[in-house]
Design a protein around this ligand. Structure first.
Ligand code: PEP
Ligand code: MG
Length: 564
């Protein structure tokens, strides 16, 4: 059964499915005099559900805590309680008749919000699983039924679910859960993000998993994106031996990224929120390859002040003292809309295609360029007195002139290193001009795939087109790396592609000189590089480029590395 593989490695074991959600009892009419009581019980269930999630958020750290806190906020939204209350009271007010009972009112209120999210599509539609989970928890609490959630089979298991709720994924104990398989969910769903952070092999969007029943043995190969039911003992033994070798290699190497013959490939971390700072700084890396500064701006009515930014940047630079930190300037727009950015350009009509609209560096032209000027001033101020090796790069650069103007502005603030992200096919095609206009290039493979294949990066259904092994994407990487080399400018990769240990070999073979990834991916990528010479990497890159499609490219490289 095929799906989207998340993270490295493989595991085999018996299936245990998620406990089912609570069944709603038959409707129970609520007379007017009981409506108050019914409403109080519903509001209490919502409050208790939020409190429980907050408690669990406080007990965990990192992305798990972030997801749980976001869920607590969702369920605490007063609009939900208001809507359920209206459903309980409405018929009573209108005609003196009987209202809807609490559990049905609650489920209906969640249903309305769910429909709105699903209709919004993309990132929002992927949050539908969060809402379903919250509904089940709140309804179970109201009915005093056991909480739906993780199974307890009493032995290690492969967790199988239609779609995993973040609240459950956050509680997964990697020593009990051998692997994760979900029928739904895309590569950017919370399940995928958390599975990666936990280092548990996962296959999401695997429709065939619906047939898997408790106790059935499966082999989950995350690297291949496959789930095999009733695998042959030999296949399990081979996968286990491969997994042991992989873990052994990962544990054996440390320090700067190097191929077996000493060719350096810088290994860096991606940083997307201040709460990731401690783990990111503690990881064995040469610094930060992508500091996503959007988090300072999102969910706000006005831009953060320069002083506020200086404080945040200082904290990051201090944590990475003596190491490289690549700060990416604000990447707003599309799936990260900012009210004060869009409001600034009021002359613009509503965008029909936000991913193709005023986003990334394009927002810098808004509002007289004040947002970018303030951000560069804050970075320059924060750099003073730190010995972090700070560079600044712009997202969504399309043409060389933009890169040159950006580099000019960066240097005018006394910042020595300016780079351009290559996320738009036009930028890859003209990478030589871009490279000449600034100091380094960094390929954002997530957006580069989206724009090269005209495929929304948040849609699970388009995962095959967005597969970073697509030979056409690799062509664009090769072009960019070669152009950078001709201009004497380093070219890195900071999209998800950099986190795949086998693809990392191909990227190194194509001439990429740094890879930036989530901290959990550093060790497997480091080990993979250490096991191959730079010539091996070039050979693997040729195999991948020669393949007719992503699956063949991946298989060709896997076969070659296993033979070697
Ligand atoms: C990318 O597009 O690959 C990238 C690294 O930027 P982001 O994922 O933040 O858009
Ligand atoms: Mg991007």
């Amino acid at each position: 059964m095929a799906g989207v593989g998340i993270g490295p490695g493989s595991a085999a074991g018996p299936v245990a499915r998620m406990a089912p959600p609570p069944d709603l009892p038959p409707p129970r009419p609520v007379p007017a005099e009981r409506a108050g009581e019914e409403v109080a019980a519903v509001l209490g269930a919502l409050r208790d559900t939020a409190a429980e999630l907050e408690r669990r958020a406080a007990e965990t750290t990192g992305s798990a805590a972030e997801v749980l806190a976001a869920q607590a906020l969702m369920v605490a939204d007063p609009a939900l309680g208001d809507r359920a209350e209206a459903l309980i009271r409405q018929p009573v007010r209108d005609d003196g008749g009987e209202g809807t009972d609490g559990p049905h009112a609650l489920a209906a209120a969640f249903g309305e919000f769910r429909a709105a999210l699903a209709a919004a599509g993309g990132y929002f539609a992927e949050r539908v699983a969060d809402l379903d989970d919250l509904r089940d928890r709140a309804v179970a609490r109201l009915l005093r039924l056991p909480m739906p959630g993780l199974p307890e089979p009493g032995h290690p298991y492969v967790l199988v679910a239609a779609d995993l709720a973040p609240a459950d994924t956050a509680l997964l104990d990697p020593s009990r859960v051998l692997a994760l398989v979900t029928e739904r969910g895309g590569p950017t769903s919370h399940t995928a993000i958390l599975a990666k952070a936990l280092g548990v092999p996962a296959v999401v969007g695997c429709a065939g998993a619906a047939q898997l029943t408790n106790g059935r043995r499966v082999l989950v190969d995350a690297a291949a994106g496959t789930v095999t039911a009733d695998p042959a003992p030999r296949a399990v033994a081979e996968a286990a031996a491969r997994e042991q070798r992989r873990r052994g290699r990962a544990a054996a190497v440390s320090g700067p990224g190097r191929t077996a013959d000493g060719h350096p490939v810088r290994l860096l971390v991606n940083l997307g929120a201040m709460r990731e700072l401690a783990d990111g700084a503690a990881a064995d890396s040469e610094g930060v390859g992508l500091f996503r500064t959007e988090f300072l701006y999102l969910d706000r009515e006005t831009a953060p002040s320069v002083a506020e930014q200086v404080a945040a940047y200082r904290e990051v630079f201090a944590a990475f003292a003596g190491r490289r930190v690549v700060v990416r300037t604000l990447d707003a727009g599309a799936d990260k809309p900012l009210p004060f950015v869009t409001a600034a350009g009021q002359a613009e009509p509503e965008e029909q295609n936000p991913a193709l609209g005023v986003r990334g560096l394009r927002t810098a032209a808004r509002d007289g360029g004040k947002l970018l000027a303030d951000q560069l001033a804050a970075i320059a101020e924060a750099v003073r007195g730190t010995d972090a090796d700070v560079a600044v790069m712009a997202p969504m650069v399309s043409i060389a002139r933009e890169a040159a103007e950006f580099a000019g502005r960066v240097r005018a603030h006394g910042l020595p290193l300016a780079g351009a992200m290559v996320e738009v096919p036009a930028a890859a095609l003209r990478a030589a001009e871009l490279a000449a206009a600034c100091d380094f290039l960094s390929i954002g493979t997530n957006d580069l795939s989206q724009y090269a294949f005209a495929a929304d990066r948040t849609l699970a259904g388009l995962a095959a087109l967005l597969d970073p092994w697509q030979p056409a994407l690799l062509d664009l990487v090769r072009m960019t790396a070669e152009a950078g080399a001709r201009q004497g400018r380093p070219v890195g990769v900071c999209g998800e592609a950099a986190a795949d240990p086998e693809l990392a070999l191909v990227l190194a073979g194509l001439g990429v000189s740094s890879l930036s990834m989530p901290p959990a991916s550093l060790d497997p990528v480091r080990a993979s590089l250490a096991a191959h010479t730079v010539d091996d990497c070039r050979g693997l890159a040729e195999r991948a480029l020669a393949a007719p499609d992503a699956a063949t490219a991946r298989a060709a490289v896997r076969t070659a590395t296993r033979e070697g």
